[in-house]
Design a protein around this ligand. Sequence first.
Ligand SMILES: *Cc1c(COP(=O)(O)O)cnc(C)c1O
Length: 449
Amino acid sequence: MIAGKTMEAWLDSHPLIGELIALRETSWFNPGVAPSAEALGDVGLSAADVADASARLERFASYIQRVFPETAASRGIIESGVRRLPALQAKLSEGRAADAGGQLWLKMDSHLPISGSIKARGGIYEVLKHAEDLALAGGLLQAGDDYAKLDSDAARAFFSGYKIAVGSTGNLGLSIGIMSAKLGFQATVHMSADARQWKKDKLRAHGVTVVEYASDYSIAVAEGRKQAQSDPLCHFVDDENSTNLFLGYAVAAERLRGQLAAAGVVVDKEHPLFVYLPCGVGGGPGGVAFGLKLAFGDAAHCVFAEPTHSPCMLLGVYTDKHDAVAVQDFGIDNATAADGLAVGRASGFVGKAMRRLIDGYYTVSDDNLFRLLALLEQSEGLRLEPSALAGVPGMLRVLDEAQGYRARMGLDARRLANATHLVWGTGGSMVPPQEMEKYLAKGRQLLAG
Ligand SMILES: *Cc1c(COP(=O)(O)O)cnc(C)c1O
């Protein structure tokens, strides 16, 4: 029995599960999408909460700029650029009417400073929030202070009395570990078996304790949570449930709105914005999507992308069982080369809160992630890690869907011709060159074959 039903009954009531089990690339457009004015109320967080997170990041900017000089150009604000992908779009659209589907863009979280992935948003935000809470309560900071004073031996001595722990497949651990260690915290990262050696090495070089597990992400999180619970001085960053992580991600959308406006990109009902977000446990894409709905309303269409071997969010939302089911319950192995996406059980918080706000979900094979990795490098000269390519197929999934989604959403040919398709490139700039060469070689070989 799986969540109260036999496998046979599940396949009967939810036929797409058969596609997932067969590891075939699949798309599911959510028939339950509701107008954002109505569905934003499901989340339990508001625009004021996102504005509060944004203001907190502003307060920390003088400190961030001091301790991470690579953020000087943006005055201590951790943000990535956007750019068009005309050559990749031409490659992907071979054989189609020119510009039938609008324009393809990339959000370059792959190049975010400090940890080189989308986790530099939520992960770093949660550490800063915790540090601020402690510092205000302990008298180290007063309201109105310049937070640059946290770059001092006194502040580091203060934070060294506290611990921060997290369970991670890699990138969240990098963000939390590097930020925590910089402030002076004792940081522990509980890492799943699939985490890359270079990430563990980098963390240890920053003075972070790395605990390795032979099992997958969910176990690493559970172990980390258990150890933290027995220690009142330890803050556990709960990737499966944290609203602070979620809010840290959500801040991205308001900034994106400014970037698109500056680039002359119009987003409104007649000029829809599609955003394709690689999804692991769901906090990153969920938080960004929440921000997008606040910033753009129903003009923003959010679609999540997962590996064929780890479709936890698609499975959870499609069955409406959320974190009560794992891909392993259906015999799917959760084995993927896509770092950050190797998650078998989705966040219950995100899947439920965002159930009526996410337009669709699709899966991509690892081989296609590698092909796209090589194709992006060939066409645009950009190097991303495999997981960060998951958003690339999204545009064609939308243009080719046959589930009645476009008609239901009023996405006619004229609107689609005006559309912006934004691939959220979630990581890659910190992958060591020799690792990247291996990824590229694999992708080129698959393209040639
Ligand atoms: C973590 C991660 C994601 C997905 O974020 P979740 O919060 O786990 O859903 C996507 N891409 C990369 C590179 C990541 O590290």
